[in-house]
Design a protein around this ligand. Structure first.
Ligand code: BJ8
Length: 428
């Protein structure tokens, strides 16, 4: 792939040497972590292909769309309403921040004690190794955690950034603020694209994004089967690819994967032996290529059966109500859906505890692994109460705080001990 796309990367202004090294490292990691898994569903071939071409064919496709007049909007948070972007004829992509790239340069702009997800997106930009940053017509940030809010201020010197204001509470006043922000964002996207967002266009876009969410929810539900029909690694990968791929094509492929998993379930076939400890992961998002937690859990004999995370069911669980006929009505419905997202940046956020408890029950999880990115205060603060309360309800919780460094050994020791403790109740 390298030779074929070299000219494209050069034109985008990437640092070719650094980019080659990144792709080589990622390719090797992907082969070791994903392609060595036994008994993968055949339908994962498509997702392997997308990852292999993540800086190749997909970038080419986006550049082709731009050449035809479409705009590309890049975002970091699931609050950014993709429906509005699609309705204006633009394309939305997620910007990843899941690898330790360019951290030394990022620390010239940000405090060292910053969450790795934030340092990573800075690092990718400063090291000039992310084609998505370079092709985006607009980068959309959001006022969520303090780290991101301040980072976007600084980032504005490096790229065109538009920041959405988010309320801190889900009160009536908070809803009014967010609803007004959706209107302001719609106007900004109309200005960027030169197209008016109509009720018809928005309703169609809501249908496209809802269909993707429904397919991902179908996948999430199938993981309740014992034995688990798909590994946590592969399911996380599918959720990560959702942020990059064309939404209609992606939805078809996820549904094809689900068809295959349903056949597996009927045959009683799975990826881990029946009785392998089943883990629900909850906490900070895992952006591509952050695969550390499922990799460690599954290499220790457990299986991850769900992610209560924005790269997981937190962002897909609820659909936008498609009943509204007017533009305002549809924006209201988008507003209501997004405000059901249980992000730890909101206060209070008590519903999240009930969601984790309910998911653990539905997915037949033996334990919950609370995953915290270092310096992510919102999720760290919630994890203590979550652990206390879930333990009181008889659900064992392991809290892991880590970054993107190669500390798998330490993480593994703690995960192994946790799985050992769960084995008797898992029936292994
Ligand atoms: S809706 S979780 S995608 S804000 S990990 S940068 S919170 S210090 S990512 Fe998020 Fe939207 Fe919420 Fe979801 Fe800050 Fe924590 Fe880092 Fe985080």
């Amino acid at each position: 792939m390298v030779a074929e796309y070299r000219g494209m990367w050069q034109e985008l202004g990437l640092d070719l040497e650094a980019h080659d090294a990144l792709l080589e490292g990622l390719g090797e990691a992907y082969r070791d972590i994903f392609l060595t898994q036994p008994n993968r569903p055949r339908a994962m071939d498509y997702f392997d292909f997308v990852v292999g071409e993540i800086h190749g064919a997909r970038v080419q496709e986006l550049l082709h769309a731009k050449a035809q007049g479409r705009k590309v909007v890049a975002a970091f948070c699931v609050f950014v309403p993709e429906e509005v972007v699609l309705a204006a004829g633009a394309i939305q992509v997620g910007l990843c921040g899941g690898a330790e790239v360019g951290f030394d340069r990022a620390e010239q702009y940000l405090p060292q004690a910053t969450c790795p997800l934030i340092k990573s997106f800075f690092g990718f930009k400063l090291a000039r190794v992310c084609p998505y940053f370079e092709l985006a017509d607009l980068v959309v940030g959001e006022a969520t955690c303090d780290g991101k809010k301040k980072a976007y201020e600084v980032f504005g010197d490096l790229a065109p950034v538009y920041v959405m204001d988010l309320p801190q509470t889900k009160s009536g006043a908070g809803r009014a603020l967010w609803r007004a922000e959706l209107g302001r964002f719609t106007a900004e996207i109309e200005r960027l694209t030169g197209r008016t967002v109509t009720a018809g266009g928005l309703r169609e876009a809501v249908g496209v994004v809802n269909a993707r969410r429904a397919a991902l929810n179908r996948l999430a539900r199938l993981r309740a089967a014992d034995p688990a029909p798909i590994s946590g690694l592969d399911a996380l990968l599918v959720n990560q690819v959702a942020f990059y791929d064309d939404p209609v094509r992606f939805t078809d492929k996820v549904n094809a994967l689900c068809d295959e998993l349903e056949q597996r379930i009927r045959r009683g076939e799975g990826v881990a032996p029946r009785g392998a400890p089943r883990i629900l992961v909850s906490g900070s998002p895992m952006a591509v290529p952050n695969w550390k937690i499922p990799m460690v859990v599954e290499s220790c004999g457990g299986v991850v059966v769900g992610e209560e995370s924005c790269v997981g069911t937190r962002s897909t669980r609820d659909l936008v109500d498609e009943g509204a006929q007017t533009l305002d009505g549809l924006l209201d419905a988008i507003c209501d859906r997004t405000l059901r997202i249980e992000c730890a940046c909101f206060t209070p956020n008590n519903e999240r505890l009930e969601t984790v408890d309910r998911m653990a029950g539905e997915l037949r999880a033996d334990g919950v692994l609370h995953y915290n990115l270092s310096f992510c205060t919102p999720y760290a603060a919630e994890s203590l109460r979550l652990q206390r309360e879930l333990s009181r309800r008889g659900r064992p919780v392991l809290r892991i705080e880590t970054d993107y460094s190669r500390d798998e050994g330490q993480v593994r020791n703690r995960v192994e001990a946790f799985l050992e403790m769960l084995r008797p109740q898992a029936g292994a």
